[in-house]
Design a protein around this ligand. Sequence first.
Ligand code: PGA
Length: 249
Amino acid sequence: MRRPIIAGNWKMYKTPSETVGFLHDLAPMVTAASRVEIVVCPPFVDIAAAVDAARGTAIGIGAQDLFWLKEGAYTGEVSAPMLVAAGCRWVIVGHSERRQYFGETDESVLKKTAAAVEAGLTPIVCVGERLEEREGGQTERVLARQCSGGVCGLTPEQFARIVIAYEPVWAIGTGRTATPEMAAQAHHFLREQIGIRFGDEAAQACRILYGGSVKPDNIKNLMEQDDLDGALVGGASLDPVSFAAIVNV
Ligand code: PGA
């Protein structure tokens, strides 16, 4: 039985005081959602405030990125043990915006994922094709490559502790969601790829989230798909009312 996850990716939005206000508003709206794991991933500077404000609630806090080494002369970077010490339990790895704007590669995604697992965080590892790749019929090739160069390099023990997010890049922030059938097809394909590397049991146990313009009015149809275990939500996670509506579906 795969427990669903609804995770909010705030990207570069909100200050610490806005974070506190958001969590105080959100917490009472999601108390009935005990079947779902709720995660909020604010910018680094908001994490301490978020952990404090979420204490005593079922809301877990995550980061949006990390560096794979524990410490050292790496200006601007934050390590997995630092995130754990700050109270994070989750971390997004390999988001397409990091791949597109900050040079993230399958290789760095693999290193970051392994580092997160070793520190005790649950990484949410993002994969997904760009528009021209989908239109060129390359979706499965791209997903297979991202898997083989990324999460398939983990040990089976490490793999058992990760979550995957399928995020078609053309659906992120565009209002253009994948149809539930498109999402289901990609999730099914990803599960097959995982099965080839880690076996059927591991593939069936792995939670795969969908991300890309998830909103209160499309989450229900998405969640009805068998292979879909929750959502990674960007824009609609910034407002406590819409995020709560997604969680409560
Ligand atoms: P979106 O972003 O929901 O705003 O499309 C999703 C994401 O980038 O994780």
